[in-house]
Ligand binder design. Structure first.
Ligand SMILES: *[C@@H]1O[C@H](CO)[C@@H](O)[C@H](O)[C@H]1NC(C)=O
Ligand SMILES: *[C@@H]1O[C@H](CO)[C@@H](O)[C@H](O)[C@H]1NC(C)=O
Ligand SMILES: *[C@@H]1O[C@H](CO)[C@@H](O)[C@H](O)[C@H]1NC(C)=O
Length: 363
């Protein structure tokens, strides 16, 4: 009796009804896949993309008021008789506030702050020289600044260019600028974007310890829009180098070593909505701006207060577990501990970067 009741009942459905359903469902699906193709392909990334070779994570020890000698030893390194010189090299776009925080943080430890800015975007649109025209704000660092302008190529409207090609040319120009700044073999070179800031205690280890790997990726805590929205520890592109004959300025995978918890990466951490719009249209993934309304000021303000994605994209993950965990808005944090000191000393200037400060000024 019980077994028989589990058997499915067979009822005949009229074929006409099926045809109608198919006629509606199939075109809807095709249209849906077509219009949401990037989103769908991201969703299935775990199926079509393999994760890169995992990093060898190097543990990182730090506490306040522990001697350099002790810290070096904890890492299996030894204390040097004198510190290495440090060069910080960045290719700048428009992240003025991040630059302010970065340089205040690094200033005491670096020999030269090397900054290259182009007069066009990677996508070939003429671009204001944000650093050159705001240089007075950085007077505090003037004696260490080595700045140059990269003459970009203007691409006429309608024609296309490979943004990564222009990016590569800027990296070559950066190598020349570093040599011009006086870098020599054995110095420390930090290669990163403006918004990827190594913490001072990381830089001190690079300066003072013998035995560190000649190239290490720096694992940075990744934030979006402000320090209110910590994403994860996935940021790895910044690197530290002991400068040598084969050092070449890059922003891609260069070694398997990853030095843990080495600083902060704050993406889209702008004060003005117009800077979000500039970055969204200017950077190498400008193809993600699929619809004009993406650049609407009210929409951007709403999304950055929610910790939601500006491009309506899914997270780039290699496993379904991670992807589903990261879908939706970034959980809000109320911590302002272990952030750059200059930020905490100047909270009035940087309210928009701190918990509860997501509303950007309207002007
Ligand atoms: C740091 O260590 C020194 C020597 O051990 C000690 O005299 C000093 O009070 C410590 N400072 C802090 C802030 O803990
Ligand atoms: C910085 O430079 C840009 C581009 O020249 C300019 O529009 C802007 O007003 C400057 N910002 C400040 C705070 O001076
Ligand atoms: C960029 O700079 C170069 C060299 O100074 C100049 O020839 C070129 O016209 C500039 N381009 C733009 C878009 O300002």
């Amino acid at each position: 009796m019980a077994i028989r009741s589990l058997r499915p009942t067979h009822r005949r459905t009229p074929p006409k009804f099926f045809c109608l359903i198919l006629l509606i469902v199939v075109p809807t699906c095709i249209f849906g896949i077509y219009t949401n193709y990037p989103k769908i392909s991201y969703f299935f990334r775990p199926l079509w993309d393999k994760p890169p070779t995992p990093f060898i994570r190097l543990p990182h020890y730090y506490a306040e008021n522990v001697t350099m000698d002790h810290l070096c030893r904890l890492h299996g390194w030894s204390l040097r008789a004198e510190p290495r010189r440090v060069f910080d090299g960045i290719i700048f776009s428009n992240e003025l506030d991040m630059l302010d925080i970065r340089w205040h943080e690094l200033y005491p430890y670096v020999t030269k702050l090397v900054i290259l800015e182009a007069n066009t975007t990677f996508t070939g649109i003429p671009k204001p020289l944000f650093f050159a025209s705001n240089r007075s704000r950085f007077a505090f660092a003037e004696e260490k600044v080595v700045h140059d302008i990269f003459p970009g190529i203007v691409v006429p409207r309608g024609s296309r260019t490979d943004p990564f090609e222009l990016e590569k040319k800027q990296r070559i120009a950066m190598n020349a600028l570093l040599r011009h700044a006086g870098i020599s073999y054995g110095d420390v070179l930090i290669m990163s974007d403006t918004d990827e800031i190594p913490s001072p205690h990381t830089v001190k280890l690079l300066q003072w310890c013998d035995g560190i790997p000649s190239t290490m990726h720096l694992e940075l805590k990744h934030y979006m829009y402000s320090f209110e929205f910590p994403v994860d520890y996935s940021s790895w592109r910044a690197t530290s180098h002991i400068y040598g004959p084969r050092t070449f300025y890059q922003h891609s995978r260069q070694t398997n070593y990853l030095f843990s918890d080495a600083g902060w990466h704050c993406s889209f951490c702008f004060q003005h909505i117009e800077d979000f719009v500039f970055k969204m249209t200017a950077y190498s993934h400008a193809d993600r701006v699929k619809r004009r309304e993406f650049l609407n000021y009210a929409r951007i303000q709403k999304l950055i207060c929610r910790g939601d994605d500006l491009f309506d994209m899914l997270p780039e993950e290699y496993s379904f577990k991670e992807l589903i965990k990261k879908m939706g808005p970034i959980p809000r944090s109320t911590s302002a501990v272990h952030l750059p000191a200059y930020l905490i000393k100047n909270v009035d200037k940087f309210r928009f970067l701190l918990p509860g400060g997501c509303i950007r000024p309207q002007d």
